[in-house]
Design a protein around this ligand. Sequence first.
Ligand SMILES: [Zn+2]
Length: 169
Amino acid sequence: MSKRSRKVSKKKSQKENNENSIKIANELSDNQIFRKEEYSMLFTDYRLKTFTDWPFDEDNSCNPYALASAGFYHIPTNEEPDATRCFCCYKDLDGWEPDDNPWEEHRKHSPHCAFLSLNKSVEKLTVDEFLKLECERQKNKLKKLFHIKIDELKHHGKNVRMEMAKINK
Ligand SMILES: [Zn+2]
């Protein structure tokens, strides 16, 4: 239970924000051209392949297949080896417990995720549903990138103020 709360309360380090920023910036690409790596995360099988070193197996409810089915792919870092991200709402969750239900955790931490609302895999969507989902996904990706950039700017501003305070002494 205590670990689960980390999913919302844990503050990401600047280093990790930078790592995530690079990953998302790569996904955005220079000209918004079609990128296979980005779109592959829409599909359960590709998300499943990202869980190469997951601590819990199929005897636990929090297993790679359940996570991938619930929209998550694995984005491990040294500090957060169990970090995951939803391909649609871009919510990052870590601190998973073996008996967690990925679908329920997803709903709890990101109740408005368009993928959850549709409640079916991308392979089974109609063209109309797919386009709506893709529109939401692109909006969420940009929001995520902007939040990361704002944090970077705040961090930079703090450093500049500290340097200026030293000069004024
Ligand atoms: Zn989501």
